[in-house]
Design a protein around this ligand. Structure first.
Ligand code: DHE
Length: 498
């Protein structure tokens, strides 16, 4: 750093400056970025800047963001202040791993808490006229907002700002009054739907995967990549109850891939990325000494993407680089079957339905154009349906004869296939907005309408009659990603993700 200051003071050309590029980046960071992105890159008003947080942004794009700013955020343009070498040097610095894994202690979590409203003073009834169980939250990634949508009239009720870069499905309280969001930067926000207000927020990690809510609505669990931790929060005020440093039985630490609620088991399930274990954490107050004890299940492989059967007895897990799925029986804590799967199934988006008297499970594939259908008794693949490209999300509803799957990647990203659940054939392929990604479907409470995102800044949510497959309405939105129906989510409807 000293070398840089000296070189800058002497006004030496940039080649000389390059000799200490990294420390130059650090100095530039402290001067221009630290106020918003935090001391030691931990994040503040702006997101944390570590390679883990930036893994979805290419270096050349990061340089463009620094030069031009980022629309719909407070990130300004630095092209008038910094030379392109200085921008490159900053990019190098933020893509350099921290010297030690950054810590985020329970004290940090407590200190981060922001109470926006005193919940006890807010009315207990919806302050709008709509069926509270047939509402949708639509996440709009384009300008980091969300829309509360009436699921009967398809009219937006309100639109509000969210934290930067939400990921994973927001989760509802069991009565549907509150919705909890997780951002990739670790912020957990509790939004009171009835009063249309964000009531409290807390930062539970530096780089977070997702959150899950217990069936009694009392607890939230948050899974983090950075630090290697899982955090249990009291949902009343988002105060932390327990911080679990994640490590296997030999002490090897691990990132958390994702956390899930398993309603019939009254427990959380924790998927671990770097160690061969899956955890079950019971949350019911059973009078035992330890609250939230960890039950470890040893696995044969690293498993980071899961699907659960509707009874939550078995989970199907796959690692991102292995072709086979493993079926693990949670009651006995052992693998009971291997499912031969090609490509890269996106198990988290899997859904189930009944087919010829059997329960089947269907998953899209994020590498190849196929949907795999698996018999959940024999764990055999009964069909692979060829699609127009790799897909990300799949959806249906118990009242609908169809399952919808997008073609998220490749030249046909603007297409969505509709599969007949009785014949396992594609019966229709739609292109709602040629050239623009069409993805993620969610049904209304009664399954009569399907809502689809045009995943673009100049995008929309398109409403279809789920029987005739005809378009009913187009609601303009800014890069809508997922949409979540209160009833389907809180009742764990089979056709939706959990
Ligand atoms: Fe997701 C859910 C993992 C990239 C949008 N994603 C999930 C879940 C997991 C997961 C484990 C289920 C958690 C939940 O809902 O609580 N996602 C991953 C990845 O590992 C991956 C491939 C790489 C990564 O960087 O995380 C990944 N996901 C993406 C995207 O690029 C998407 C398309 C855009 C974005 O927002 O980042 C994306 N993921 C989503 C959405 C859900 C989701 C919209 C919720 C789906 C639902 O319907 O419930």
């Amino acid at each position: 750093m000293k070398a840089f200051v000296l070189i800058a003071a002497l006004g030496l050309p940039s080649a000389a400056f390059a000799v200490d590029k990294l420390s130059g980046g650090e100095a530039l960071y402290q001067k221009h970025c630290q106020d918003c992105h935090g001391v030691d890159r931990l994040g503040a008003m702006g997101p944390a800047l570590f390679p883990e947080n930036l893994s979805r942004l290419r270096k050349n794009k990061a340089a463009k963001v620094i030069a031009n700013g980022r629309i719909a955020t407070q990130m300004p343009s630095f092209k008038a202040t910094l030379s392109s070498q200085q921008i490159d040097s900053l990019v190098d610095y933020v893509y350099t791993p921290a010297k030690t894994v950054p810590s985020w202690t329970i004290e940090d979590i407590v200190a981060s808490r922001i109470e926006h409203f005193d919940q006890s003073k807010l009315p207990n009834e919806p302050q709008f006229d709509a069926d509270p169980m047939n509402l949708f939250i639509v996440v709009e990634l384009g300008d980091h907002s969300a829309t509360l949508l009436n699921g009967d009239t398809f009219e937006p009720i309100t639109r509000f700002k969210t934290r930067f870069a939400l990921h994973g499905g927001p989760k509802y309280s069991p009565d549907g009054r509150f919705v909890y969001f997780a951002s990739r930067d670790g912020w957990i926000s509790k939004y009171d739907i009835y009063n249309m207000k964000t009531v409290v927020e807390v930062r539970a990690g530096i780089n977070t995967r997702n959150l899950a809510i217990s069936s009694d609505g009392k607890y939230a669990i948050v899974g983090n990549y950075l630090p290697h931790s899982a955090v249990i929060l009291d949902t009343t005020d988002l105060s932390p109850i327990k911080l679990i440093a994640v490590a296997d039985k030999n002490g090897k630490t691990s990132r958390v891939s994702a956390v899930y609620n398993a309603p019939p088991r009254t427990s959380f399930i924790v998927a671990l990325k770097d160690v061969k274990e899956v955890w079950e954490i019971p949350y019911s107050d059973n009078g035992g000494e330890e609250r939230f004890p960890i039950k470890r299940i040893t696995t044969e492989d690293f498993l980071d993407d899961f699907f659960f059967d509707p009874q939550y007895i078995n989970l199907i897990g796959a690692s991102r680089d292995n072709k086979n799925g493993q079926v693990i029986n949670l009651d006995i804590g052992k693998k009971i079957a291997t499912v031969p799967m090609n490509g890269m199934p996106h198990l988290g988006s899997g859904i189930t339905w009944d087919y010829q008297g059997k329960q089947v499970f269907a998953t899209p594939d994020i590498k190849d154009g196929r949907v795999t259908i698996i018999d959940m008794e024999s764990w055999k693949v009964i069909k692979e349906i060829k699609t127009d490209g790799p897909g990300f999300f799949m959806r249906s509803h118990s009242n609908s004869p169809y399952a919808w799957v997008d073609v998220f990647f490749g030249p046909h990203k603007d297409r969505v296939h509709i599969i007949d659940k009785a014949t396992l054939e594609i019966v229709k392929t739609i292109t709602p907005a040629p050239g623009k990604t069409a993805a993620h479907v969610e049904f209304t409470k009664d399954g009569k309408y399907a809502l689809l995102s045009i995943w673009d800044n100049d995008g929309a949510v398109v409403v279809y009659d789920a029987m005739t497959l005809k378009e009913i309405k187009r609601i303009p939105m800014n890069k809508p990603s997922g949409k979540y129906n209160v009833y389907n989510k809180t009742k764990y409807e089979r056709g939706t993700s959990h």
